[in-house]
Design a protein around this ligand. Structure first.
Ligand code: SF4
Length: 455
């Protein structure tokens, strides 16, 4: 296990890098601009930087890196909670089994109804969420849910990529997810600090190593896009960031591909969750974390969700976030009238229209693109494309085309007006004339009713 997380080593780095001089920090920021990532020690220096001016420089640097790699695009998705049955008693989660609230698991008919609602909102990409309960949520049920989602279409709507967050499983079960055609397999360690991990977990999830090596088993099953994350607030954030990066380095070394995404959730209140965690992360600290991650792993997608307030999200988009949820619910059935127990409360309750307006006003381009995964550009292949910068020539047109579909099928008049301008602005930025020409032709075809056109 020490190969993945060496607590002693992480603590030593944090001690050694305390109070870095401005020169040391500036040198690290110069190196970050080369987009080759950072070592754990360099990351330690940045984490231990408290000077506001230097933190401002960090934000400028990560903004530049984000622009060069991800440009103006912001990929949108919705979480889809299918079942809140759970046998674990995690102290931070509303689904913990000692919560006496009634549980809900969607039937396949209810899954269809929820998916139709999500499709009418314009979503093309979902993240499925299930509590851990082998009796209520067995793998075959999960696979049936995935198949149902892919087969449910309403009007021009369809779900084109299903990402999945289920409890740590076996290679055999991950193979079933692979066969069902999932995109990313996402699982958070919650906290990498073993003692804290033990304190906050009860049930099968309390097995630290089962959780830590889940991504290995997923990779062995052929799921080569995996997502990592930490629930910030459970333990010291500086330790967690170094541990997260150490996990990422381990995966990259072993499988030639690091995590596809990293998520940065902060603890939020939930029903019957009364614990006051002593390591609360402030907004400023969260933004610093995002900026540092953007520099340390420039080619890994960074995700922020509607757990955060609109203002925090807008700042985070600028300094490193590449994917975000929109108009979400954290309860099974939550997109309809019949809401069940929710996992935690959300800080951004705006509807899709309001969220899109603010994204467009920030001069960002919402993207519903799922092309890479559908063309098998996953794992090492996609990382190579990103690292050579060639991905821009695919992602920009694909974002334009998928957002154009949204404008045609679902947008309000206000979003249409703003959206047309933003599309025009970024069409002009396509540098390859051939691709620009082809994009214009595809846009015409979308106006004429065709859908799902991509590069
Ligand atoms: S975090 Fe996951 S495993 Fe723990 S109680 Fe919540 S749903 Fe269950």
């Amino acid at each position: 296990m020490k190969e993945v997380i060496n607590e002693q080593n992480i603590n030593k780095i944090l001690e050694k890098t305390i109070s870095p001089s401005p020169d040391v920090v500036k040198k690290i920021l110069e190196k970050a601009l080369k987009k080759e990532g950072l070592t754990l020690q360099e990351t330690g220096y940045l984490l231990n930087t408290e000077d506001e001016e230097l933190i401002g420089k960090m934000f400028q640097t990560s903004n530049k890196i984000k622009d060069e790699i991800y440009g103006e695009r912001l990929v949108l998705f919705a979480p889809f909670y299918v079942s809140n049955f759970c046998v674990n008693d995690c102290k931070y989660c509303g689904f913990h089994c000692s919560n006496p609230e009634k549980r809900k698991k969607l039937t396949l008919e209810e899954v269809k109804d929820q998916v139709k609602i999500l499709e009418r909102m314009g979503h093309k990409r979902l993240l499925l969420e299930f509590g851990e309960d082998p009796a209520e949520n067995p793998i075959n049920y999960i696979v049936d849910v995935i198949k149902t989602i892919y087969n449910t279409k309403v009007g021009n709507g369809e779900i084109r990529r299903v990402n999945v967050n289920i409890a740590a499983a076996t290679v055999e079960d991950y193979k079933k997810l692979k066969e069902a055609g999932i995109g990313t397999y996402q699982l958070f360690q919650e906290t990498y600090h073993q003692e804290t991990y033990k304190e906050v977990h009860k049930g099968p999830k309390s097995d630290y190593e089962r959780q830590l090596f889940a991504h290995d088993r997923a990779m062995q099953a052929g799921l080569n896009d995996v997502g990592l994350g930490v629930l910030f607030g459970l333990y010291n954030y500086k330790f967690e960031v170094l541990a997260l990066l150490s996990h990422s380095e381990y995966l990259e070394k072993k499988y030639n591909v690091g995590p596809h995404t990293i998520s940065v959730p902060r603890f939020q209140p939930a029903a019957t969750v009364n614990t006051n965690f002593p390591h609360e992360v402030s907004e400023d600290q969260l933004l610093k974390i995002i900026s540092i991650l953007r520099m340390a792993v420039p080619y890994t997608g960074l995700i922020i969700t509607t757990r955060e307030k609109p203002e925090t999200r807008a700042k985070a988009f600028d300094i490193g976030i590449s994917q975000t949820s929109a108009a979400s619910s954290t309860s099974p059935g939550g997109y309809g009238k019949e809401k069940a127990l929710e996992q935690f409360s959300l800080q951004d309750s705006r509807d899709m229209d309001q969220i899109l307006k603010s994204i467009l006003n920030q001069n960002l381009l919402p993207s519903y693109c799922t092309a890479c995964y559908r063309l098998n550009r996953t794992g090492e292949t996609i990382m190579k494309l990103i690292k050579t910068g060639k991905i821009h020539e695919l992602c920009r047109p694909n974002a334009i085309l998928t957002f154009k579909e949204y404008l045609e099928d679902y947008a309000s008049q206000d979003v249409k007006e703003l959206g047309v301008k933003v599309i025009q602005k970024y069409l002009e930025k396509i540098s390859d004339d051939q691709i620009k020409k082809k994009t214009l032709a595809k846009l015409k075809r979308i106006e004429n009713g065709e859908r799902d056109l991509y590069f």
